[in-house]
Structure formats: C-alpha cells, structure tokens
Design a protein around this ligand. Structure first.
Ligand code: ADP
Ligand code: MG
Length: 314
C-alpha cells in the first residue's frame, strides 16, 4: 500500500471528532478554533528508538505513551487537552506496526477528547514526536518560575514505579513475576494527570511533569524561582508494591530521583492549601504533601535520621 494511503487509513480519523477543528488531516496544515478567553498551551514529547524504547517495543504502547507524555506536560500547564499533531519517522511503511501504533494513539486520544489534526510522515530511524495542544483559561497556568518561600510542595499519585520497572527490565533487580507485571504495566500504559492539571488551575504557583524524576523536575522549578526546598523522604508517596522492595533498592533514592513516572509536582501558597486539597480529594488520584519551599537554594530531602539524600541534586 502506498504511504499516502497508509496515512489516510490510520491517521485521518484518530481520536475524537471536535467542532473546533476547521481543517485537520488531509489539508496542508491544521486550522483550529481557540476558545474565547482561553490561551493555547502546547506540550511536546519525543520517543526515539534506542534511547527511549527498544526498536521491537509494542507499537500500541508507543502510541499510547506518545499521547500520555505530551498530554501530561499540558496538565502541568493547567490545560485541558484538545488537539494532537504527530511527526512520525519510520524505517519502512510497515502496515501492522502503523495499525497497532494508531490503535494505541486513537484509544487514548478518544478517551481524553483529543483530535489528531495533522502531522508529517518521513523515512528514517524510528522516532515519534507528538505535540499536544490544549486550552487553559487566561492567566490560570502555573509557571516554573512562580514558586515562593513558604509554598507547599505536592506530588500526584505515587512515585518510583516506572523506575522500578526499568530496573527489572534491565535485570538490575529481580522481582516476583506478579510484581514485575504490575510495574511493567505502569511503565507501558502511563495515565496523564489531566483532571489533576485542571484542579491545580489558579491555585498552584508552579507545576512540572515528572518524566525526568522528582529531584530533577523540582530542581528546575526551584532554580527558575530563585528558591530552594526541603522534602521529607518518608512523605514521598510510593505504591504498596514499591514499599515492599524499597529496602533492597537502597531506600528513598528511587522515588526521589527515578524518571518515567507520569505524575505532576506542584507548589501551592499556604492560602490555597485547603482549596487544593478539597479539589484533589474529589479525584480518583489525589496528591500528597512532601515538603516546603524555603529561601536556601537547592533541594534537600531529609530522612527521619537527618541524612539528606538529595545532596548532589540541583
Ligand atoms: P505533505 O506533502 O503536505 O507533507 P503528507 O502526505 O505528508 O503531505 O500529508 C497529508 C496529510 O496527512 C496532511 O494533512 C498531514 O497533516 C497529514 N499527515 C501526514 N502524516 C501524518 C501523521 N503521521 N499523523 C497525522 N497526520 C498526518
Ligand atoms: Mg509529508
């Protein structure tokens, strides 16, 4: 089948139908109607074979992950997802690969109410770049440089499960088969924190996604804001599964520093704490307080015995 037909077949209908798409797949580019009094937010994600996944990775999970990672960045901006564009580089026009990839992408886009509105397809080493576009009421986006001393630090969901899955995949830790399956599943099928992103609007002073890990993501926020933070290691939320393996993994370092979790970190001025906890209390996945922003530059993460496991970060 010719390449053009393949694009038509697998990408012309992906995701939801939206009335705000004036021109989509099939035209030279996309024309989209931005809602009144809203700003357009854009989040990016690139997955390259060899550095982000193995070339033989399940294409359905890759389609899902490209949408999840880019949409989670939108969530950190407080945006509601709307549209997606896709730049796909493939070594060859492999129909079964495209079918499975588009299935993963289509299913998550449809569930999130997003429409695939265009892209480009080229030949070369396998790489996937996605831009997720969303809408956020003007002036309600948190920003990296917005946090101040005294703000409270929260994370959504649980930390470290993706990191655990990667260690198991690389053979660096042996897990019982059921645990390995649960961890691998969370790595393969990340869930973007869209509702949590909407819940933080107008309340969070800063937010970031945690794809590079908590220590790295939060450090960038602190640097941009000219402040520091002190976290309580034992407050870091981990799933019961990870809690069982924490001791042999060297303690709290994994949830503090491992990348790959599809979660958000946010900072909240104390006057918004009650409102934030109320909003998050209504969601299926809530948030956990882990520490406080202060004036001393850098990131500290103190265990109950006083040792700082974040020394060397930020
Ligand atoms: P062009 O010569 O304009 O690059 P293409 O054949 O690459 O034409 O694309 C035709 C249409 O298909 C365009 O509307 C483009 O946005 C869309 N398209 C191409 N590749 C993709 C893709 N990977 N995902 C979504 N839409 C795509
Ligand atoms: Mg093209």
């Amino acid at each position: 089948m010719a390449e053009f037909e393949l694009i038509q077949r697998y990408f012309s209908r992906a995701g939801s139908r939206r009335k705000d798409v004036t021109l989509g797949v099939g035209d030279d580019g996309a024309v989209l109607q931005v809602r009144e009094a809203h700003a357009l937010a854009v989040g990016f994600a690139t997955l390259a074979a060899g550095s982000h996944f193995l070339p033989d990775a399940d294409p359905e999970t890759l389609g899902h992950q490209a949408v999840a990672l880019s949409t989670n960045r939108l969530a950190a901006l407080g945006a509601e997802p709307a549209w997606l564009t896709l730049a796909l580089t493939l070594p060859e026009a492999d129909e079964s690969w495209m079918e499975a990839f588009s299935r993963g992408l289509d299913r998550l886009c449809t569930r999130l109410g997003m429409a695939l509105v265009g892209g480009d397809t080229t030949r070369g080493p396998l790489a996937i770049t996605v831009q997720a576009h969303g809408l956020v009421p003007e002036h309600e986006s948190p920003r990296r440089g917005g946090t101040k001393s005294g703000d409270l630090v929260y994370v959504t969901g649980c930390l470290g499960l993706a990191g655990l899955a990667m260690l198991a995949q690389q053979g660096e830790i042996r897990l019982p088969a059921p645990d390995r399956a649960i961890a691998a599943r969370s790595l393969a099928w990340p869930e973007p924190r869209v509702d949590q992103g909407i819940a933080l609007r107008g309340l969070a002073s800063a937010a970031t996604d945690l794809s590079d890990g908590l220590a790295s993501g939060l450090s960038r926020v602190l640097q941009a804001s000219g402040v520091g933070a002190t976290l309580q290691a034992e407050a870091l939320p981990v799933s019961p599964l990870l809690a069982r393996h924490l001791a042999k993994l060297g303690g709290w370092m994994l949830p503090l520093s491992a990348g790959g979790d599809c979660e958000l970190c946010l900072t909240v001025p104390p006057e918004h704490q009650v409102a934030l906890e109320t909003r998050f209390g209504r969601l299926e996945v809530g948030c956990t307080w882990i520490g406080t922003v202060d004036r001393t530059p850098g990131l500290r993460c103190l265990q109950s015995d006083g040792t700082d496991i974040a020394a060397g970060f930020g």
